[in-house]
Design a binder for this molecule. Structure first.
Ligand code: PMP
Ligand code: GLN
Length: 385
């Protein structure tokens, strides 16, 4: 194994999902739903398999899917994309993130991102020979996670190549406000940096969030410097399909294409027409999905609060974070390793997503993208710890 990858062991998701299987626990660690996505999408995938859509699709993705990705961005976010030059289908958001960083960063370039960060960010930045400049998100007076403006400004410098922004944010459930995005946008322009936005939870912003989701690309001056990434996995409950996409100006999309052709070339031939069907579903699908997840969040938050955790508010995503201090916990890694034996429930320590481990030592993450009876059973088990 090359030296630069040695610090990266097994991802926490693999470790914790294996622990869940081994201990027979309820897995509220890795974020994947336990029900299938829309039946129209599943039927379209079955039909495509049967009808022979089983060979290499075109490099940027099949035209029908690119058209629907562009139409979806127009419909929900008012962003206009040319499906032929400004859209690329990728192997999940993960490949789009990796290809963007590998294609944009020279050795020694710096990537500003917020910690805790999704774990593939650190590995992709390292593979590119770049350096991460994390800005710490901390729970504020009302529990909402925020950041220090001076810390963000200090993270920018002459080597800043891009900002990698995840909103709605995994694991905190934070939805960045327009004021926060405006500051990020101003700094991108001041330092002539690109923005790569991970918006895989774009449809999971709850009605009690401080503000609705705003794509950074829609802010003044950002359209031409932002690559926007999303994925079918979360919105359509098909995390195993790994169908994602990137949209943005043709120059940035062609950067992703240049790298992608040698990472995977193409992916998910028979799943691409099915995701096109899903993206065209009526608004009621998207609002119903959001409402269902919000109800599950509320159920889990009630159970965690009852069990004695100090739950941090979650405005979106599949996740909620909780402070273990009131339960006598001091280190989330130890706490999560012991939790299956103590309660039969698996969670993830968010500490592993920070460079500054101290900031997240006492925080753990629970996923609520599960059936209500599963959440209720997890709550019953946790009530006994
Ligand atoms: N970004 C974030 C913030 C995520 O939570 C995930 C995990 N679903 C991904 C990217 C990866 O998405 P995909 O499975 O489409 O590669
Ligand atoms: N995105 C999911 C999570 O945060 C899982 C991703 C993974 O297993 N790599 O839980």
């Amino acid at each position: 194994l090359v030296e630069r990858m040695r610090a990266f062991g097994t991802t926490i998701f693999t470790e914790m999902s294996a622990l869940a299987v081994r201990s027979g626990s309820i897995n509220l660690g890795q974020g994947f739903p336990d029900t299938d996505g829309p039946p129209e999408m599943l039927a379209a995938a079955a039909a495509a398999l049967r009808d022979g859509a089983n060979q290499y699709p075109p490099l940027p993705g099949i035209p029908a899917l690119r058209n629907l990705i562009a139409a979806h961005e127009q419909r929900f976010w008012g962003l206009t994309r040319d499906p032929d030059t400004e859209v690329v289908v990728t192997a999940g958001a993960t490949e789009a993130i990796a290809a963007a960083i590998l294609g944009l960063c020279e050795t020694g370039d710096e990537v500003v991102t917020f910690e805790p960060y999704y774990d593939s960010y650190a590995a992709s930045i390292t593979l590119a020979g770049a350096r991460r400049r994390p800005v710490t998100l901390r729970p504020g007076p009302h529990g909402r996670y925020g950041f220090d403006e001076a810390e963000l400004r200090a993270a920018f410098g002459p080597r800043t190549r891009l900002v990698l922004l995840n909103s709605p944010h995994n694991p905190t459930g934070k939805v960045f406000t327009r004021a926060e995005l405006t500051l990020i946008a101003e700094l991108c322009q001041e330092y002539d940096a690109y923005a790569v936005t991970d918006e895989v939870y774009e449809h999971l912003v709850f009605t009690d969030a401080a503000e609705p989701h705003t794509p950074l690309a829609s802010l003044p001056g950002m359209h031409d410097r932002t690559l926007r990434i999303s994925s079918a996995g979360k919105t359509f409950s098909c995390t195993g399909w790994k169908v994602g996409w990137a949209t943005g100006p043709a120059t940035l999309v062609s950067t992703v294409l240049r790298v992608k052709q040698f990472l995977t070339f193409v992916n998910a031939g028979p799943l691409q027409p099915a995701v096109a069907v899903a993206l065209g579903l009526p608004d009621t699908y998207f609002s119903g999905f959001r409402a269902a997840l919000q109800a599950r969040r509320d159920r889990l938050v009630a159970g965690l609060t009852e069990a004695g955790f100090a739950v941090q508010p979650s405005e979106g995503t599949y996740f909620v974070t909780a402070d273990i201090t009131p339960l006598g916990g001091t280190d989330g890694v130890d706490f999560c390793r012991d939790l299956p034996a103590r309660s039969g429930v698996v969670a993830v320590p968010t500490q592993v997503f920070y460079d500054n481990k101290e900031a997240g030592r006492h925080l753990i993450r629970f996923a609520f993208c599960k059936r209500e009876e599963v959440i209720d059973e997890a709550a019953r088990r946790l009530a006994k710890i």
